[in-house]
Design a protein around this ligand. Structure first.
Ligand code: DGJ
Length: 725
């Protein structure tokens, strides 16, 4: 890991694990991108001069020699709006004269060890100052006095670079930021395919792959949340690349609100990638002397296809994104009552689930929605975070004590960012709901979103949540978010600042998450949003696990987990076994093991046989915990390649243990099938636990294990566990 500046050639070279990123201060102070890919030696830098320099309709600064250079044909580290670079812009600042021409040129740079925090924003962090190095490049628009500081951090142990921008008003006039993307990166060609994760409630993060086409393409969210519809993740993979081969570039935004990722393929057949806050309906007023920080983007490079890219994200996030006590501590095996009881419960019913859980070997009971206000269904009470004594006699504390007396941990559900129109809170503070004047508010799940831009709202939420969290021995908090934002506006923001609303909203949410996690550091927080509608690195920074989906039918949920695994580690995805009917408990367990595992059911509503089966499953959860949470994931058969079967496996860092899972979603005639494992040491030997047979890693990976004699049934699944001999 290192960042070097070659003074003579004016070239920056950033080396992360196996990866180089190179750019140059070019003529007139433009910052020209040279290379991002597998490591290249310092003494053999890419040849810039072979690039297209000029095209007849690409403007050039009057100061450069005619027909020699245009910013429009030069790969750039920042895409400025309105000047001679006419591709999609990453930065656009409207100045006091009313135009939005933005022209950033190099001024200075500094290199330091470690990684500075981004005020108010979640971001990757350095565990020790020597595991990261950061480059800060200051650029300036000489006409307006706007400045951009481009931040790059390289990581010693990861093929990854993080990027973000600080925009500064170094003039004495106000400015309006209209576009503040976190990075701009021009590739050296366009022979890539774009991968993104689309979805909806119950079908999150489905894999989609399409060739890049000339023009602009991309994904985004305008939902006030990163959202179910698109994840803030894209990958570019070289044509023909797959799980194990080809060059894959992954881009993930550490942000939980409106985002955009765009790629423009230009007439030189190069692709520009930009990613950041969605610039639709965005604006940020910047007074003289003020700064604006963009969210951070994570860029990962892999020469080993999508599999290599995913493993790089997983390790990076486990080490440098997830924080707090629960980063390395074993997460408790939980049971949640939601799918079992919905909101129809009282303390005795919940206690009965907890008592069964204890007897079964489960370690934590989580009380979901319905414990507060007058909440028996979704028509009321969000915001009234006081216990419903009719349901929980003696309050939350009495139930916590009873559950704790069993020797279990206790978890609780909140949806802090919401307010029901039928709530005491709304009746007292109608202005606290997000709304715009003279317009009816649309409802979603019969609720409104509370205005997190307001400090009084955040203080109220912190205090009322603290009444429960500070006075009871609570171990876990499920932080839900069950609708998107419409009619976005805040009663407190002046008209000219309403465009700041969405970003201020998420900054407010992050601030409350920060206060809660700092005040109650022992809490294990699980993010949630109608299943996995806000599954992003921003939320992961505050909550080490996120509920992956409300779809607990193992045969379709497995697709969601495959998609999620493109960039999020197994440790991040909450995954539960429920009473859903389509698959056996064995298959449900095999699928849910791929995550932070738990159960979500009412034991009174399942058979004794099922209860016994669950009891027998617990030992395997412990046995495979480290391997799954901290091992490397290899996708063997992916749902996007094969709609019938899928298979995946985990291998520990030393390659001494491996767990493979094979699942038949829908049977089709099988004519001899071998499951070829991945990630083992070919020269070592492994014992298959089930039969005691010993195979070489080479045999398991090249010839594979025969599946021929296995039952061929819808929903059948099987685990294969190997240990090195
Ligand atoms: C949506 C979540 O995804 C569910 O798990 C559950 O917590 C409900 N909300 C409760 O309203």
């Amino acid at each position: 890991m290192s960042i070097h500046f070659n003074e003579q050639k004016k070239i920056f070279k950033l080396d992360s694990k196996g990866v180089s990123y190179v750019f140059k201060i070019y003529q007139e102070g433009f910052l020209a991108h040279l290379y991002f890919g597998a490591y290249i030696p310092d003494d053999n830098l890419p040849d810039f001069e072979r690039r297209p320099v000029y095209a007849s309709f690409s403007p050039q600064p009057a100061s450069v020699e005619p027909y020699t250079f245009s910013p429009d044909t030069c790969p750039m580290e920042i895409g400025c709006n309105g000047g001679a670079d006419l591709r999609i812009a990453s930065i656009q600042i409207r100045n006091a004269d009313g135009n939005a021409v933005t022209d950033m040129r190099y001024v200075s740079h500094k290199i330091c060890s470690g990684k500075p925090a981004l005020p108010g924003l979640p971001a990757l962090y350095a565990n020790t100052p020597d595991e990261c190095e950061t480059l800060e490049i200051t650029m300036r628009d000489q006409v307006t006095g706007a400045e951009c500081v481009l931040l790059y951090t390289v990581f010693e142990r990861h093929p990854a670079i993080t990027r973000s921008v600080i925009i500064r008003n170094a003039s004495n006039k106000p400015m309006l930021i209209e576009r503040a993307m976190s990075f701009c990166m021009d590739t050296n060609g366009c022979d890539y395919e774009l991968i993104s994760l689309y979805g909806r409630h119950m079908q999150e993060r489905d894999f989609e792959r399409r060739p890049l086409a000339h023009g602009t393409q991309g994904i985004g969210s305008r939902r006030g949340s990163s959202g179910h519809a698109q994840n803030p993740f894209i990958a570019l993979i070289s044509k023909g690349g797959n799980e194990d081969s080809g060059e894959a570039y992954g881009f993930n935004l550490v942000y939980s609100c409106n985002f955009k990722a765009e790629i423009e393929v230009d007439y030189n057949n190069t692709a520009r990638v930009i990613m950041g806050i969605n610039y639709d309906d965005f604006g940020w007023n910047l007074a003289p002397g003020e700064e604006f920080y963009t969210p951070e983007a994570v860029l990962v490079y892999s020469a080993e296809g999508l599999g290599g890219m995913s493993r790089a994200f997983h390790r990076l996030y486990n080490e440098n994104l997830v924080r707090g006590e629960w980063k390395h501590k074993k997460r408790p095996l939980l049971v949640n009552n939601w799918e079992g009881t919905g909101m129809e419960f009282d303390d005795d019913k919940l206690y009965a689930i907890a008592a069964w859980a204890k007897e079964t070997g489960i370690e934590m009971f989580v009380m979901d929605d319905g414990w507060f206000g007058r909440r028996d269904d979704d028509t009321s009470s969000l915001g009234d975070w006081k216990v419903n004594e009719r349901k929980l006699k003696g309050g939350v504390g009495a139930l916590v004590k009873r559950v704790k007396a069993l020797g279990l941990k206790f978890g609780i559900w909140y949806e802090p960012e919401m307010i029901s129109p039928d709530s005491d809170l709304y009746r007292a503070h109608p202005d606290w709901a997000i709304h715009v004047p003279n317009r009816e508010c649309s409802v979603g799940r019969q609720q409104l979103v509370i205005d997190m831009t307001r400090k009084d709202v955040r203080d109220y939420l912190f205090d009322i949540m603290s009444e429960v969290l500070a006075n009871n021995d609570i171990d876990y908090l499920k932080w839900d978010f069950n609708r998107n934002i419409s009619e976005a506006g805040s009663a407190l923001l002046p008209a000219e600042r309403q465009k700041e609303f969405y970003h201020r909203y998420i900054l407010g949410t992050y601030e409350l998450m920060d206060r809660i996690t700092k005040a109650y550091p022992h809490l294990l927080v699980e993010g949630c949003s109608g299943g996995g509608g806000r599954f992003d690195p921003g939320i992961l920074y505050f909550s080490p696990q996120i509920w992956c989906s409300d779809n607990t039918d193992a045969l379709s949920r497995v697709d969601i987990q495959f998609g999620t695994s493109l960039c999020y580690p197994a440790s991040a995805q909450g995954a539960h076994v429920s009473a859903s009917p389509r698959a056996s408990y064995e298959t449900k367990r095999n699928v849910a093991l791929w995550g932070s595992f738990g159960y979500e059911l009412d034991p009174a509503k399942i058979s004794e046989e099922a209860r016994n089966e669950i009891k027998a499953q617990i030992a395997d959860y412990h046995k495979y915990y480290d391997l799954i949470h901290y091992g490397d994931l290899y996708r063997i058969i992916c749902p996007w390649d094969d709609p019938y079967n899928c298979a995946w496996m985990f291998v520990d860092e030393d390659k001494t243990q491996a767990l493979a899972i094979y699942l038949i979603k829908f049977k089709k005639e099988r004519r001899g099938l071998f499951l070829r494992l991945k990630g083992l040491d070919p020269a070592k030997y492994y014992r298959w636990e089930e039969t005691g047979e010993v195979f070489s890693g080479a045999l398991l990976m090249n010839a594979g294990i025969s599946l021929f004699r296995m039952p061929n049934e819808d929903g059948y699944s099987k685990t294969f566990f190997f240990t090195m001999v």
